[in-house]
Design a protein around this ligand. Structure first.
Ligand code: SF4
Ligand code: SF4
Length: 430
């Protein structure tokens, strides 16, 4: 927990280097779209320094600069002297959470909502009914949605249509047997989004895993990985969630813990680091994190079966920040896609952030959309008909980008392409 609450401040030499450097600025999406130094990683580093040295109050502008950071990790990766502006921004948020008055809805969301899968499921039900009654289609065909301000319009069409009426965890047994001879037994960490919105993705993952000789155990009582809590500084609730999930999976004898959500995966892999200073939990957390694999990473590790026939499609791929930089997983999703389709094409700069970063579309709409627009220009230039990305947050944001540009294209998780090439029937087979 200390790594999230203790401020890892740069040394005096690092600060002196930083003032004259600027290497991270062109890598930072918030700087690139505004060209304002205050929106850059270097500015965030300096603001934190001034604050710690007592020269700066936690003004609304300072707090906003810290929350503007997308935690895309690009600056951490390129800094030549090892400063980690992205980590500093998260540590600063944890400090604000502890010391500053918080908006009334924050405890409701972070303690009363995210840790309770049943409540998340219940909140999705009105959306599913709204879509199924045809109200969304009606609204769009009468063009009434254009009466909304742009941000509301985008939020209204962000979710895929239709989202499932029944969450995935209620539709599957806890243990799904391997097809043919069992070679592995894997625990499956079902993310909140995959359970309620992208059930098709996790259904595809489970089918692909079983096809490759895995018995899949999916604990139904799994809770949020805690990433929203890290992102908004609520470290005590994050720690509770991490301990809960570790205990839950300790009861299973599995070779690996697999997830198809990049954000969940990067968080679960860091439980070992975050809980490392607690003697009771350090070893348990490290053991848990050591078993976590992204689904593409695990499939490559076990040597997945190449499909007999590839899908005839032109596909491009977006690297989710928490998969590529957070986990160092970037070759494996490409290997999965290249095995599944006839035509894979790289877009320019596939590893730049799409602007989703949790709730940026709500909190910093203009910046989020400007970053998305740059990404979609590069996506459109590929001429692909399918855009793959292994993170539900990115999938939602990219889906919105497709609507903005009226592109004839669908967004999928790479594992869905493999499932399709194997001949699985998607969610219809559920
Ligand atoms: S994490 Fe990304 S958005 Fe945040 S400061 Fe670094 S480069 Fe900029
Ligand atoms: S790359 Fe590192 S040293 Fe250079 S400006 Fe960014 S944070 Fe400072």
């Amino acid at each position: 927990m200390e790594s999230l609450t203790k401020m890892e401040l740069p040394s005096e030499e690092q600060y002196l280097f930083c003032i004259r450097c600027g290497r991270c600025l062109p890598e930072c999406p918030t700087y690139r779209v505004t060209l304002k130094e205050t929106h850059s990683p270097r500015a965030r580093v300096m603001l934190v320094r001034k604050f710690v040295e007592g020269e700066l109050e936690p003004s609304p502008n300072f707090i906003d600069q810290i929350y503007r950071c997308l935690d895309c990790l690009a600056c951490n990766e390129v800094c030549p002297v090892g400063i980690k502006p992205a980590d500093l921004a998260l540590q600063m948020r944890a400090y604000f959470h502890r010391t500053q008055p918080q908006p009334w809805f924050k405890p409701l969301l972070f303690r009363g909502y995210f840790p309770h899968p049943g409540r998340i499921e219940l909140s999705m039900l009105p959306v599913a009914i709204y879509q199924r009654l045809g109200l969304q289609k009606l609204l769009h065909s009468l063009k009434l949605n254009w009466l909304f301000p742009a941000q509301l319009r985008d939020l209204e069409r962000l979710l895929p249509n239709p989202i499932p009426l029944r969450p995935l965890r209620h539709r599957l047994p806890e243990t799904i047997p391997a097809q043919g001879e069992r070679r592995y037994r894997v625990g499956f960490f079902l993310g909140c989004f995959q359970n309620t919105v992208f059930a098709e993705v996790s259904w595809a993952s489970i089918q692909v895993l079983t096809r490759n000789g895995c018995e899949v155990v999916m604990p139904k009582d799994v809770r949020c990985c805690g990433m929203p809590h890290i992102g908004y500084g609520d470290i005590p609730t994050f720690v509770e969630l991490a301990r809960y999930n570790i205990s839950l999976f300790e009861g299973l004898v599995v070779d690996a813990i697999v997830t198809d959500c990049a954000t969940c995966g990067s968080t679960l892999k860091e439980y070992g680091k975050y809980l490392g200073d607690n003697p009771e939990w350090a070893e348990r957390a490290q053991k848990f994190s050591g078993k976590v694999r992204d689904v593409s990473e695990f499939l490559v590790e076990i040597g997945f079966e190449e499909p007999a026939r590839q899908l005839r499609a032109r596909v491009t791929y977006h690297d989710p920040c928490h998969l590529r930089r957070g986990q160092g997983v970037w070759k494996e999703p490409r290997q999965v896609i290249e095995a599944a389709v006839t035509d894979f094409i790289e877009m320019e700069a596939p590893d730049t952030c799409c602007g989703a970063a949790g709730t940026q579309l709500i909190t910093h709409y203009e910046t989020s959309v400007a970053i998305l627009d740059g990404k979609m220009e590069r996506v459109a230039a590929t001429g692909a008909e399918i855009l793959a990305a292994g993170c539900p947050g990115c999938q939602l944001q990219l889906g919105l980008g497709i609507q903005h540009r009226n592109l004839k294209m669908r967004v999928v998780h790479p594992v869905q392409l493999l499932a399709e090439a194997y001949g699985f029937a998607g969610a219809k087979g559920l």
